[in-house]
Design a binder for this molecule. Structure first.
Ligand SMILES: C[S@@+](CC[C@H](N)C(=O)[O-])C[C@H]1O[C@@H](n2cnc3c(N)ncnc32)[C@H](O)[C@@H]1O
Length: 264
């Protein structure tokens, strides 16, 4: 067997494993009595194929913006471009920097728009080798996103100091439900009307990526939306049919608006 035959065999085995995962997911939905339309089946099958492809070293783990790894899908990056153009945030706070590719992407969009700065927080300053891109609009902070001292540094002393600024927040750090719930309560205070707090990776824990047993971002989003009618999940951000952040694009509605308007 040549090395080319061997790698082809590896790919076929990998694809078979992926196909089995998709079948397991669909079987589990059927067993739970959750009806799945033909369209939803196609979407979920692609989502799982794409997601597991990343875990095996392809798709979203090989996505780069100007050379920096960005752990997002091209569809979601495209959606961010539209949000930034619409909101024109003066401040973007990102929790979870990783390689810095998403922070660089936001900073370059701010360059095009002519305004905005990016504060990005990570507990691990050496993630991915610590070679993060430098850009005058980006400030890197080290620490846990829910540490009050880190929050104070990100906001230059607390939520009140940002009053009147257009602020957008992206939560992409520890994806446990408990951590995301704490982040949501803390950072949602900063979000200006018409802007967004995006909860990344709500696709895990069964939406549709099978749960590993632990509740994830979706389990923080649902109770948050129940407690906070001033926010709504914006279905327009999921119009590409595929997002890693289902129900995670949370728009701060104008005062007095109900969720029938800007969000669902
Ligand atoms: C999914 S990655 C971020 C991906 C990045 N935003 C992107 O799109 O390329 C998650 C990051 O969160 C960081 N992290 C984990 N727990 C954290 C916490 N409590 N506070 C801040 N960052 C944390 C990890 O070190 C990791 O770099």
């Amino acid at each position: 067997m040549t090395s080319r035959d061997a790698s082809r065999a590896d790919i076929q085995t990998g694809m078979q494993m992926l196909a089995d995962k998709v079948k397991d997911h669909l079987r589990s939905l059927r067993e739970q009595g959750r009806p799945v339309s033909a369209e939803q089946e196609i979407r979920d099958a692609f989502h799982l194929r794409y997601y597991y492809g990343g875990l095996e070293g392809g798709t979203w783990t090989q996505t780069r913006w100007m050379g920096a790894t960005v752990l997002k899908t091209p569809f979601d990056l495209r959606t961010y471009q539209e949000l930034l153009f619409g909101v024109r945030p003066q401040l973007i706070i990102e929790t979870g920097t990783a390689h810095g590719g998403s922070a660089l992407y936001f900073a370059h969009l701010c360059d095009i728009l002519g305004e905005g700065r990016v504060v990005t927080i990570d507990i691990d300053p050496a993630f991915g080798g610590g070679q993060r891109p430098r850009h005058p609009r980006i400030t890197y902070l080290t620490g846990s996103s829910t540490d009050p001292a880190v929050f104070a540094r990100a906001t230059r002393s607390g939520a009140g100091s940002l009053a009147g600024e257009r602020v957008m927040v992206v939560l992409d750090s520890d994806h446990s439900a408990a951590h995301v719930a704490t982040e949501l309560e803390l950072y949602a205070l900063l979000v200006s009307e018409g802007s967004y707090i995006v909860v990344e990776d709500s696709n895990i824990s069964g939406h549709p990526v099978p749960a590993d047993g632990a509740p994830g971002p979706m389990e923080a989003i649902v109770p948050f939306l129940e407690r906070h009618p001033e926010f709504g999940a914006d279905p327009a951000c999921e119009r590409h049919l595929f997002s890693f952040n289902p129900r995670g694009w949370l728009k701060r509605l104008p005062a007095g608006a109900d969720r029938g308007g800007g969000g669902a």
